[in-house]
Each structure stands twice: as structure tokens, then as C-alpha cells.
Design a binder for this molecule. Structure first.
Ligand SMILES: [Mn+2]
Length: 447
């Protein structure tokens, strides 16, 4: 991502140095556990398209981005040695086909000893001489890029870094608040475009323009779904066709600031009426779940609480009948709500480490019957995660209930009413605190 005009860098300068200190402590511990003296973190290499001379959009190594707000600089190396200023080997290709990476500037360069190189082979001069005392962190597809370092991504160090990364520094929180604000500009434009009767494709373009993102800079492909399309969880098209009737609109779209993502979903009704009321009711349900977020809560329990709330809502709206327990055990709630309540968020949209039990690499599986739950950890201060309950008419899953006790609990007539609206999902990004949480997304919408 280039420098965005809507972001004021001065806000980060005061926080960045403390962020680097936290990374320093985390890498000291990781190196100690790995029994190594240096961490060499590779920014990544572009991936070429089969039988073509183009590359896929570049995605930087998240370990590299955690140190530096550089999301578009391939073939760079960050060398960390405990007690020393980290060295950035900065590859500025001499290239007249492309614009080479800019000369380092902004709030971050003063934290590093920057060595600009113009040819990749020159990286070797700046790497620690004792390669067997190094670990390499990154995706290495060409042996030449490892410069003779044999220990690549050792679990002893990587697990610790992944586990720690869920807890955000003040700098990261500032970036993520800004990422929510940036996405909200897009969401407002998208809502307006929906109300004006635009196609999914045009709503998508309005979103990108307002968020100030080219498509490749988005943290994930926008989900822009009118009517029935809202029932497809990862609906991947943006139709150029105008539907005959506009009933509902589900948009799941985020933004990035300094490499940190937001991930926000909203659902709108075109007109007042029963579906609009259901969206309001669902918004309350989502806020009830957000209110449960605080330090020490087991996220898997929160996901199960969401199923209880969905069960109550199904009965209240006449979509199904039965006790909450019966609706959950028979798989009815899972048919209407077949994904997890949320996930860790950060540099990656589904940030790594959601199933980790501790920093050694043990994992905690989701509860049985809930294999899509991406977060099973006990919540800690300053973790950032999403809360995103959903309710959809997915005929494939409802039909699977056929021949089971659950089938008699669902009300086909009411489901027929809801089907043309697709579904509802409401997703906020929240920061865990001792006695509650900071809702980055709602705060951004209130501005
Ligand atoms: Mn999400």
C-alpha cells in the first residue's frame, strides 16, 4: 500500500518506538527458545502466474510487516540480533519497467540501521557471518534467497511469535482503529449506493473509492451481495446486472492501514417492514454478544452462547420451534448459522494463532460440531477479534436436516418468506479489555 492521503502519519510516530520495543522482547524470547543468535525475516518474493510473465499481487510476510509498515517491498530482509539496532536490508531494484521502492521515510526509519542494496546478491554482505547461528522466517521458494541459512521457520520460535501476536501494541491498536475508520467511509458509500439502486459492481467501486483502496490493496475480496446472494457466505461475484427488485444488501468489506486490517459486515433492508425489523433485532443480538467480551472469557463458550441466542431468535421469529437445547443439538441453529462467531484480526484478516493453547504449539480444537470456529483461545487484554453472528437461508444445509429430528422443527413457510432476502451478518472488530471491550467499528461509525 502506498501512503494514503487520508492517514495522518504523525499519530503513529509516538507509538512506534514502544511497538518496536515489544517486538524486540518477543524476538529475544523466541531466539532464546530456538537457541539462535539472529532472526532473519524475509519480506517475500512475488509469485508468477503459470505460463505467463505476470505476477499475482504481492502479499508480504506478516512477520516482516509486524516490524515495518512496508507491504509492497519484495526481497527485503530484516535482521534482528538481541541488543542491537535491527538491520533492514532494503532492496531498491534498478528497474525502468517499474517504480522502485521509495527511499525510506516517515515515522519508522529511525528505528533501523538501513542498508539500501540495488542487487539481490548484495544482501549477503549485510547478513550475519555465522549462518548456522541464524533462523530464517519467511516463505523461501528459491534456495538462493536463504543465503545458506538452514533453519527456516523453526516451530520453537515461530509458535511463540504467533501466540504473542494476538495481543496488540498501542501502535497496532492505533493502526486498527484507523483501518476501521477507513472501512467505514467505504461502508457509508456502499449503503448510499445500495439505496440508490446501483449494481453490486458499482457498489463495490463506490466502496473502493470512498475507502481510498485499489482492489489489490483491500485486506480481502469485498463481499457485496444483493438479495439472495447474501446467503452465500463468501459470495465472490460482483454482478453487473441490476436485480428486478432491491430487497436487502449484505456487505463484508475491510480496509488496511500500515498493513493492519479491519473486517466489517453490515446488512441493510431496502424498505421498512419485517426484514428491516429482523435486522434491527439481529443488531441487538450482536451487541449482546459484544457485551460479553472481556479478559478471561473462553471464546468457544461465547460461540456456544451465540447458538443459544440464535435458537431463541428462530423461535421468536417463527423460523423454527423447539427448546434452545433441542434446536442446537439437532443441528437447526447450525443450518441457519454455519460459521464461527469470530476470529483474531491483525496483519492477517484471519490472524494466525486462533487455535493455539500456549506458545509452544499445542492447539485447542473447536467444540465438536463447530469445526469452522477459528478462535478457541481464552481472551486476553488487547487482543483484537471479530464478533460476527449470522443468520441465512442456505437450502443445502436446511435440506440436510431432512430425515432428522431437526426437520420437524423448522417452519418451511417462514423460511420461504426469508429466502429472497438471503441472510444477515453483522460484524464488528473489538479490542478485549479487563471489564469489557473497545468496539473499534461502532466507534468509527459514530464519528
Ligand atoms: Mn470476519
Amino acid at each position: 500500500m502506498g501512503k494514503a492521503t487520508i492517514i495522518d502519519d504523525s499519530a503513529y510516530a509516538d507509538l512506534y518506538s514502544a511497538h518496536v520495543n515489544t517486538l524486540t522482547e518477543r524476538h529475544d524470547r523466541a531466539l532464546e527458545r530456538a537457541g539462535a543468535g539472529h532472526a532473519v525475516i524475509f519480506s517475500g518474493a512475488p509469485h508468477g502466474v503459470f505460463l505467463d510473465d505476470y505476477n499475482y499481487p504481492f502479499k508480504a510476510n506478516p512477520h516482516f510487516v509486524s516490524w515495518l509498515p512496508l507491504t509492497n517491498t519484495p526481497f527485503c530482509y530484516l535482521v534482528y540480533t538481541p541488543g542491537e539496532v535491527p538491520v533492514l536490508i532494503y532492496y531498491q531494484e534498478k528497474d525502468y519497467w517499474h517504480v522502485p521502492p521509495a527511499t525510506p521515510e516517515g515515522y519508522w526509519p529511525e528505528e533501523f540501521d538501513i542498508r539500501v542494496i540495488h542487487s539481490m546478491e548484495d544482501a549477503t554482505k549485510h547478513l550475519p557471518a555465522t549462518r548456522d547461528n541464524c533462523i530464517l522466517i519467511g516463505e523461501i521458494t528459491d534456495e538462493a534467497q536463504s543465503f545458506g541459512i538452514d533453519r527456516v521457520n523453526p516451530g520453537s520460535a515461530i509458535n511463540m511469535l504467533h501466540f504473542d501476536r494476538s495481543v496488540k501494541t498501542g501502535y497496532e491498536l492505533a493502526c486498527m482503529r484507523a483501518a476501521s475508520r477507513r472501512a467505514v467511509k467505504g461502508h457509508r458509500a456502499a449503503e448510499k449506493a445500495f439505496k440508490a439502486g446501483k449494481t453490486e459492481f458499482d457498489i463495490h467501486l463506490d466502496y473502493c473509492r470512498a475507502a481510498g483502496h485499489a482492489e489489490n490493496e483491500l485486506p480481502y475480496g469485498n463481499i457485496v451481495a444483493l438479495n439472495e446472494n447474501g446467503a452465500v457466505l463468501h459470495y465472490q461475484h460482483q454482478s453487473h446486472e441490476k436485480p428486478e427488485e432491491f430487497r436487502s444488501f449484505l456487505i463484508d468489506a475491510g480496509a488496511r492501514v500500515n498493513g493492519y486490517a479491519s473486517d466489517i459486515t453490515r446488512t441493510y433492508a431496502k424498505e421498512d417492514g419485517e426484514f428491516a425489523d429482523l435486522v434491527i433485532r439481529f443488531d441487538q443480538l450482536q451487541l449482546e454478544l459484544v457485551a460479553e467480551v472481556k479478559t478471561g472469557v473462553d471464546f468457544a463458550d461465547l460461540h456456544l452462547l451465540c447458538h443459544e441466542k440464535i435458537a431463541e431468535l428462530l423461535v421468536e421469529t417463527d423460523l423454527a420451534n423447539g427448546s434452545p437445547d433441542a434446536l442446537i443439538e439437532s443441528g437447526v441453529t447450525s443450518a441457519f448459522y454455519p460459521h464461527g462467531l469470530g476470529h483474531l484480526l491483525g496483519i492477517q484478516v484471519h490472524d494466525i494463532g486462533g487455535h493455539m493453547g500456549d506458545d509452544t504449539g499445542t492447539t485447542v480444537d473447536p467444540p465438536s460440531g463447530h469445526r469452522f470456529l477459528r478462535l478457541t483461545r481464552s481472551l486476553e487484554d488487547d487482543q483484537v477479534l471479530t464478533i460476527e453472528p449470522g443468520l441465512y437461508v442456505i437450502d443445502m444445509l436446511l435440506n440436510n436436516l431432512s430425515g432428522t429430528p431437526g426437520y420437524d422443527m423448522i417452519n418451511q413457510k417462514k423460511i420461504d418468506w426469508l429466502r429472497p432476502y438471503g441472510g444477515i451478518r453483522i460484524e464488528d472488530n473489538v479490542r478485549v479489555q479487563k471489564d469489557g471491550c473497545e468496539n473499534l467499528t461502532r466507534n468509527a461509525f459514530e464519528l
